[in-house]
Design a protein. Structure first.
Length: 138
């Protein structure tokens, strides 16, 4: 594989790797920031009415909580309800919200840190693979 096709594979592989790496790094940064500055509060879990256009599987419930200044905020849960970690309708879950932007929430204990690290690792692997291919092809 050489020429234009090889160059295209190297470029797209490197770009994809950089995007995946940055997505994971930004996700980890946001998790750390919310752990550090987030305001802890209990959020009410509410099932949402599903419409035929809803294609999100598994569905994410709504979380409703009150901020320190008295505003009631309702956001989609950043994590789905699962059999292992259910988010039952009418139940309460501990969340941390960003006081500067209360729509940014973190469900405590369900941060998905491994997923963010996987993006970082896969992105780095793709960049290294692209560099290796570039040396071999070009």
């Amino acid at each position: 594989m050489g020429g234009t096709a090889g160059f295209a594979v190297v470029v797209f592989g490197a770009l994809g790797g950089v995007v995946a790496y940055l997505a994971g790094a930004v996700g980890l940064r946001d998790l750390r920031r919310l752990r550090r500055v987030g305001v802890p509060v209990a959020a009410l879990v509410r099932d949402r009415v599903r419409t035929p256009e809803d294609r999100a599987l598994p569905p994410r419930p709504l979380l409703q909580f009150e901020t320190e200044d008295g505003r009631v905020i309702e956001v989609f849960s950043p994590v789905p309800s699962t059999a292992r970690h259910p988010l039952p309708d009418g139940g309460y879950v501990p969340v941390r919200y960003d006081p500067a932007d209360p729509r940014q929430v973190l469900v405590e204990g369900r941060e998905r840190v491994r997923l963010e690290y996987a993006f970082v690792a896969l992105g780095a692997a793709m960049v290294l693979t692209a560099i290796t291919l570039a040396v071999a092809v070009l």
